[in-house]
Design a protein around this ligand. Structure first.
Ligand code: CMC
Length: 428
């Protein structure tokens, strides 16, 4: 059971020699947060924490991470157990409905998602109108935002629980088709419509390629679970932040998806594979790239390494690494970049630069190698991340709205010019 003890303690800080008591909130695992919501009113001071390295933006019951121990849990269930035992839609249910479903509950949930497996036909026309070299993540953000046009009732979905859930089911149901359409559009292939007799992941594979390999479907299901939520990361925070203006769910998800696209976040999976390919084409000299990553005058970073929260092994990366061997084996794929990745990881973990800074492989380090073995093109990797992360974004949005959180609006410390007279353009 969540065990949030509200404000059972205070800390005393001194500001300009005046003592001030601030309440402390304690989480389920005894993590402590100082509540500064009255700080400005009481002291005239704000806090400054660029990049939010020390700032909790909310309380949440969805996901717990212990970055020092390498622990990840959703609603109290360990990611390793979910990855090996549950299905992706079961994890979606868990994130959105807060408990593991009984069989009948899961069947009903799956049915509600399946009701919406066919995206609106107009989406194909929107994709067709986009330039050929549009990045798939740009396409996906545009499509998410366009859904509010196809479903105007979503504009005020918060007013009715029925419309809210219909909007959620539509989003989950349409997502595999949207992602597959994006792939087919990029590859200049005919669109394949969904097959209602197939399951969620099988249908996605069918719409991608016209065929379903059970080994591939099983692998993909696990990968999606591993990506399903990760508490207040850049994209989830964006979904909550944008959604706090009370804009509709589709627009909030579109914004979160754009945050995911960046190479420091979900875009890292594409960047990792491009980096491994570059190392391979450069003769496989991993030391050269480690040196580049350590050189402070070189902007190069070891992609797929490091994490804001994990200062130990990312538990998702551990599962994915094991999985990469199994999947490549089962599919009888030999990929030379897998051994480059393993060599790079070994060398980095033995290098004081990385160990001193507690930089370990993250979820993106090995995922791309599996996606490639499954036949998914590199520029679609971050779309695959979004396919997995969608339930987490929706759960974060829902929790934020249910908690009636105020609009996100940080303060700043202004460091620009002080007041000066306007000079007409001819006199400057
Ligand atoms: N390669 C080389 N040096 C690194 C790396 C890296 N990948 N990551 C961090 N560092 C160094 C950094 O230069 C800094 O060194 P110093 O203390 O000497 O200045 C130190 O480690 C701390 O790094 P930071 O940038 O302050 O840490 P952060 O918490 O702001 O950044 C990160 C976290 C994930 C953005 C960063 O580790 C990174 O850029 N990694 C590569 C991109 C990547 O793999 N992103 C995926 C993250 S996990 C999945 C997801 O979020 O989607």
């Amino acid at each position: 059971m969540p065990n949030t003890k509200e404000f059972d303690n205070t800390v005393n800080i001194g500001i300009e020699s005046s003592p001030l008591d601030l309440p402390v909130i304690t989480g389920t695992y005894d993590e402590k947060g100082i509540d500064i919501s009255k700080l400005l009113a009481k002291t005239g001071h704000v806090t400054l924490d660029i990049g939010f390295k020390n700032t909790g933006s909310t309380t949440s019951t969805i996901t717990y991470i212990d970055g020092d121990k390498g622990v990840l849990e959703h609603r109290g269930y360990r990611i390793e157990d979910l990855a090996s035992e549950a299905s992706f839609l079961e994890v979606c249910f868990l994130l959105l409905k807060e408990h593991l479903p009984k069989r009948a509950e899961l069947d009903e949930f799956v049915g509600s998602v399946q009701d919406y497996i066919t995206p609106p036909a107009g989406i194909k026309a929107i994709l067709d109108a986009m330039p050929d070299d549009t990045h798939p993540m740009g396409m996906l953000s545009a499509i998410f935002a366009s859904l509010s046009g196809f479903y105007p009732e979503s504009l005020d979905s918060w007013t009715s629980e029925e419309v809210r859930w219909r909007t959620i089911y539509r989003l989950l149901g349409h997502m595999p088709g949207i992602c597959a359409y994006i792939h087919r559009r990029k590859a200049n292939l005919e669109y394949i419509d969904p097959n209602p007799s197939l399951g969620y992941v099988e249908n996605f594979l069918y719409m991608m390629s016209g065929k379903v390999d059970p080994v591939v479907a099983d692998a993909l299901d696990t990968l999606l679970i591993l990506h399903a939520d990760h508490e207040q990361n850049c994209s989830a925070s964006t979904v909550r932040f944008v959604g706090s203006s009370q804009v509709n769910l589709f627009a909030s998800i579109s914004a979160g998806n754009s945050a995911l696209w960046g190479p420091l976040h979900g875009g890292a999976n594409q960047a990792v594979l491009e980096m491994l390919e570059a190392i391979k084409n450069d003769g496989g000299d991993t030391d050269k790239y480690l040196d580049k990553a350590k050189d402070k005058n070189d902007p190069f970073r070891l992609m797929g390494f490091g994490h804001r929260v994990y200062k130990n092994h990312d538990p998702r990366a551990k599962v994915i690494k094991r999985y990469a061997d199994v999947v490549l084996d089962k599919l009888e794929v030999e990929d030379p970049v897998l051994s480059i990745a393993k060599g790079l990881e070994r060398a980095a973990l033995n290098d004081p630069y990385f160990s001193d800074r507690k930089l370990f492989p993250n979820v993106d380090f090995y995922s791309g190698i599996i996606y490639r073995a499954l036949g998914i093109p590199v520029d679609m990797f971050t779309v695959m991340f979004a396919l997995g992360r969608l339930p987490g974004w929706i759960a974060q949005w829902k929790e934020m709205r249910e908690g009636n959180e105020p609009i996100g609006r940080p303060r700043q410390i202004y460091t620009g010019h002080d007041t000066r007279p306007y000079i007409p353009i001819g006199d400057r």
